[in-house]
Design a protein around this ligand. Structure first.
Ligand SMILES: Nc1ncnc2c1ncn2[C@@H]1O[C@H](COP(=O)(O)OP(=O)(O)OP(=O)(O)O)[C@@H](O)[C@H]1O
Ligand code: SF4
Ligand SMILES: [Mg+2]
Length: 338
């Protein structure tokens, strides 16, 4: 009998720190997850929780003034955190594609976008001739739903709309048929209609190209449209992992419930879960559960007992010791005794 396929990427106890004026400050704290071939894994969480830092780590990259301080990021078995820079360079852009939040940061303002895609193809040895690179570029632009690919190819980034720029960046990221595509809030800067178009394009691309995807967004509603499974991050730690259907049907962690309640409020639905109160404050995290200062259900023990993911169902993990005592719809005032 064959077991499950080997994951494309396997993140194991990842730790990332930033240099903050006089000392190292931890921002990603022991994060582990994996993504199987053809699967789309989402990561949700508030601003500043560490989503982009994790996304960059999937390319073996850490930002200036930061460091990997533990763990491994194994891409097809090779640990990207320990690969020489030259090896990493070959993998990035070819085997792992990246789509940032702001497409302008990924495009060279002084070069027509077609040239940029062709250069990327040539740099990774994906095309033998310029003619082949041009044909591939125009084919990719057509796949991305860009009208009149030849005209678009001759344009500079500032001559394109935000949605068109993001489609060009997607074409560039997919040019070498990557095994893994990392997307960091790729639709956040776009209007709702363009965002919906890009999301349905991504669903089609996944079916067509069959790559694994890691999709970061602060918006759970966006993740629900593209992801098979979702991880929820709070203050640098994963606090829940589940299939998309299970997460929405049966959210276990009070923070996830708050995120879903906020989403329902935006869409006009009046749910029974409490909304999130306060904001994430990294300078005031307790030794125990990091969510405790904001949690409607916290008890004194929560502030001193660190929480880690524990299995609560098939493929469903929650980092909250009280989850069985907080049934959906419970009045937060009724905290009960544990
Ligand atoms: N260069 C830096 N120096 C110091 N701290 C940083 C630096 N870059 C990020 N941080 C801190 O690391 C934490 C995580 O940042 P990150 O960008 O990963 O969050 P995020 O979840 O992607 O947020 P957003 O939704 O706003 O994009 C934040 O608290 C941020 O202040
Ligand atoms: S461990 Fe305690 S504080 Fe943390 S989420 Fe669960 S109930 Fe809330
Ligand atoms: Mg970010």
């Amino acid at each position: 009998m064959r077991g499950p396929p080997a994951p494309v990427i396997d993140v194991d106890s990842l730790i990332v720190d930033f240099w903050d004026r006089r000392r190292w400050t931890n921002v990603v704290h022991g994060v582990s997850f994996h993504i199987f071939p053809g699967e789309t894994l989402g990561m949700a969480g508030e601003s500043g929780c560490g989503k982009s830092t994790t996304a960059y780590a999937l390319l073996g990259y850490h930002r200036p003034m930061s460091r990997f301080n533990g763990g491994a990021v194994r891409f097809l078995g090779r640990d990207l955190l320990r690969l020489p820079a030259r090896e990493l360079q070959k993998i990035r852009g070819a085997e792992i594609g990246f789509v940032p939040q702001n497409p302008a940061t990924a495009l060279n303002p002084s070069m027509p976008v077609g040239h940029q895609v062709m250069e990327s193809l040539e740099a990774h040895g994906a095309c033998a001739t310029r003619r082949e690179a041009e044909d591939r570029c125009l084919g990719l632009f057509a796949d991305m739903g860009l009208p009149r690919p030849k005209v678009v190819a001759g344009r500079y980034p500032h001559q394109l709309s935000g949605g068109q720029q993001q489609r060009v960046v997607l074409a560039m990221a997919l040019a070498c048929h990557p095994t893994l595509l990392v997307l960091d809030e790729p639709t956040t800067g776009l209007d709702v209609t363009t965002q919906a178009r890009i999301l349905s394009l991504l669903a089609r691309l996944r079916a067509r190209y069959g790559m694994a995807m890691f999709y970061v967004s602060h918006n759970l509603g966006v993740l629900a449209q593209v992801c098979n499974r979702i991880t929820v991050m709070y203050a640098g730690e994963l606090i829940e992992v589940a299939s998309t259907a299970e997460l929405f049907r049966n959210p276990g962690h009070p923070y996830t419930r708050g995120l879903i309640a906020s989403l329902q409020q935006v869409s006009g639905f009046v749910g029974t879960q409490p909304l999130l109160r306060g904001l994430l404050r990294r300078d005031a995290l307790p030794l125990g559960c990091r969510f405790a200062p904001r949690c409607e259900y916290s008890q004194p023990g929560c502030f001193t007992s660190p929480q880690s993911l524990a299995t609560v169902g098939d493929g469903h993990e929650v980092a909250c010791w009280r989850w069985p005592d907080i049934p959906a719809g419970t009045d937060p005032a009724d905290k009960g005794t544990v």
